[in-house]
Design a protein around this ligand. Sequence first.
Ligand SMILES: Cc1cc2nc3c(=O)[nH]c(=O)nc-3n(C[C@H](O)[C@H](O)[C@H](O)COP(=O)(O)OP(=O)(O)OC[C@H]3O[C@@H](n4cnc5c(N)ncnc54)[C@H](O)[C@@H]3O)c2cc1C
Length: 447
Amino acid sequence: MSPSAPRASWRNWSGTARCTPRRVLRPVGEDAIVDAVTTAARLGLGIRAAGTGHSFNQLSVTDGLLVDLTRHTGVESVDRTAPSVTVRSGTRLGELAAVLRRAGLALPDLGTLAEQTVGGAVATGNHGTGLSFGPLSSLVTALRLVTADGTVHRLDAAKDPELFHCARTSVGALGLVSSLTLRCVPAFNLEVRQSAAPLEAVLRDFSGWAASAEHVSLSWLPWRRDVGIRTAERTAAPPTPRARLRRYSTTAQELCCGVTGLAGRGSATAVPALSRALSLPVPGPATYVDVSDRVFTFPQPVRFIALEHALPLERTPDALRELGGALRRAGQYSPYSVLVRVGAADEDSPLSPAYGRATGYVNLTVPRSAGQVELLRVVEHVMRAHGGRPHWGKAHTATAEVLAPRYPRWADFQRVRARVDPEGRFAGDYAVRLLGPVGARERAGAA
Ligand SMILES: Cc1cc2nc3c(=O)[nH]c(=O)nc-3n(C[C@H](O)[C@H](O)[C@H](O)COP(=O)(O)OP(=O)(O)OC[C@H]3O[C@@H](n4cnc5c(N)ncnc54)[C@H](O)[C@@H]3O)c2cc1C
């Protein structure tokens, strides 16, 4: 690159992270990904990967080489007998779901957003909800990883299992994932039911509630005593007429939250009253059936900031009680509901936020105004005190010192990291803040 060439800048979806890297490459195909890595080595640049930038923190920020994988897209193969799909890492989840639907297949569970890349979602422990469902990364049965020296590792649970399981939740610290094979299931429809219940009744039997349907979630405006409950169960019934309206009604609710956030910019204490005044009636049927990916995801055009922690399932009710008290004492509220989801333990991936424990996920979303962002600190404090592990892709302030004791196999990840990236090519400033410098433990052990 000539020294006078203008540098391209990059920012994330929520506008909370930006950078002007020395170079931005948008490889298409695995050979181009290998070239990107060897170019960085030749120029002595650090590398960070980016998907669609839907993480709320500095994960992809670099002043070296930013490898934007959003053009490295497409389904490479579908195996209907396994069943499984092999997909390039820059493919968006919604695009993957559409291809699978045409092939009569589906992913068993998804989070709320179809726009993000498979590689970015897997790398950060993205999850949906349901006690029988682990994070998206737990569906990965094989992946191809390009490490700092340009080697392409073809990984699965039999070939180099340690690197494979670490690479399933890697926050981009081990190399560039070129493609992934994910376990699928035959396509299915879900019946959605929405209801309300007193919060305390749900918290008293939280594990019973969590097991009450295949997919459960709870939405709670913390100034209220009741919560909205959404369950989804498999059904052989066809989609209900106008079911799609429900999907867009969730988008419309988020638009209202955005407007309430703007109206309450000066005073977050006014949010409950504004929220009552500005909320929309929910159109369409209360109980409905639709194809699975349209039930799991909905368009999310309004920009916001979210913080989410993965808690031990059994500690989640007490954490929510304490959170209600802390928010009332703070006297400030977000127009967005606190969203509670659940998930199965991830038994093998050392940096999975669900590692080793059935999990309750507690998410707070806030508008981007400064007063609201302060609320995140209140929530983070409570979540940490209850054993919470922050979502790798969401807002948080945790450093390696805070994170290491929360992950029993932290040292295993660090050993693998030192093996495949000994010079710290993928260790940007933020990755070092999160994970510490590469090889710190190994050097301490040798000294
Ligand atoms: C509106 C919205 C809704 C969301 N809903 C959910 C939800 O329901 N559940 C949930 O769990 N999370 C959710 N998230 C968080 C989101 O899933 C993560 O932030 C995810 O990482 C975003 O994917 P991305 O493609 O934008 O990745 P990016 O944010 O671009 O990158 C994330 C990380 O992955 C690394 N990375 C990306 N691609 C590769 C690759 N090919 N190889 C190696 N490393 C790579 C990057 O270096 C970075 O460290 C949501 C976020 C938003 C903004």
